[in-house]
Design a protein around this ligand. Structure first.
Ligand code: CA
Ligand code: CA
Ligand code: CA
Ligand code: CA
Length: 292
């Protein structure tokens, strides 16, 4: 029988520690704040301080309530280390609640009114999404940034230039919104309209100032839905009139009343919020340092 002498921690035999690669003379081999027996119990690996590689050591994750085995505890595609340690780029981020960050630039002095932005934030705050800390809803963080050069007609090249010159939070997990004043966007191949209320794809959206404040708010909400991943590819009621508003109660439908802001929940044939809870699109975080 192996010796049961245990010179470092309470209840691991030296033989077992040899197998695990831990040091029998110390209680916390990887010095991450969790002692070796606790790591064995939690399957966090007693020889690696940050087992999920998210920039936070295992012991600190246990005290914060984040999951040491999941680099993105709340599933918003911002890693725990960035949410906890990079408050400069992500002010107000919470590793236990879903967060979405937007940067808004604008042309001329065109703007979305605060009253409209408040309604939109309320939709997210009261969303039927459950967070790891037991709370509901999503925190929508909005940064109003700078004025961009005005173009009466925006070509693809000009749009690319704006994205490379004016998108300050590029690579930090932000969605980018440009509010455009009476700007004509390039015609899409499958659409004969030459003037758009807005346009949106993963990560980038535009909203034009062609109508009243209320319409700006609902167009903003619709295009933001596209940026977050709600596209016609995932449900045929999106950007279409095929499903009635009763069956798909969402601003993403073309049957939606002019003044309706909401995304659909479980009462509809397709739940936008359930989809976002599981599949939220978050732009690249390549410029985010997790731990600085
Ligand atoms: Ca440890
Ligand atoms: Ca970690
Ligand atoms: Ca996260
Ligand atoms: Ca979060």
């Amino acid at each position: 029988m192996k010796t049961t002498v245990d010179s470092g921690d309470e209840d691991l035999t030296e033989g077992y520690e040899e197998e695990q690669g831990t040091d029998p003379t110390v209680a916390d081999t990887d010095e991450d704040g969790l002692d070796d027996p606790t790591e064995v119990e939690r399957v966090t690996d007693a020889t690696v301080a940050d087992i999920d590689g998210d920039g936070i050591e295992d012991g600190t994750e246990v005290s914060l309530g984040t999951d040491p085995l999941d680099s993105d505890t709340d599933g918003d595609n911002l890693v725990d280390g960035a949410e906890v340690n990079n408050k400069g780029a992500l002010p107000g981020a919470d590793p236990l609640q879903m967060d979405i960050f937007l940067e808004i630039d604008y042309m001329n002095d065109y703007s979305i009114p605060d009253t409209e932005l408040s309604k939109i934030k309320d939709e997210f705050r009261t969303a039927s999404v459950t967070n790891p800390d037991g709370s509901n809803g999503i925190n929508l963080h909005v940064t109003r940034d700078n004025k961009v050069s005005y173009e009466s007609v925006l070509s693809d090249d000009e749009w690319s230039n704006i994205k490379s010159n004016d998108f300050d939070h590029h690579g930090e997990g932000y969605h980018y919104v440009v509010l455009m004043n009476h700007t004509t966007l390039p015609a899409q191949p499958d659409d004969n309209r030459d003037l758009y209320d807005g346009s949106g794809g993963n990560g980038f959206i535009t909203v034009t100032g062609t109508a009243d404040d209320l319409r700006i708010g609902t167009v903003f909400m619709h295009e933001l839905g596209h940026s977050l991943g709600l596209s016609p590819n995932i449900y045929r009621g999106i950007d279409s009139t095929q499903i009635s508003f009763t069956n798909y109660h969402s601003v993403m439908s073309y049957n939606t009343p002019y003044d309706y802001y909401g995304y659909s929940g479980s009462e509809s044939q397709f739940s936008d919020w359930d989809y976002l809870e599981e599949n939220l699109y978050t732009p690249s975080t390549v410029n985010l340092n997790n731990s600085s």
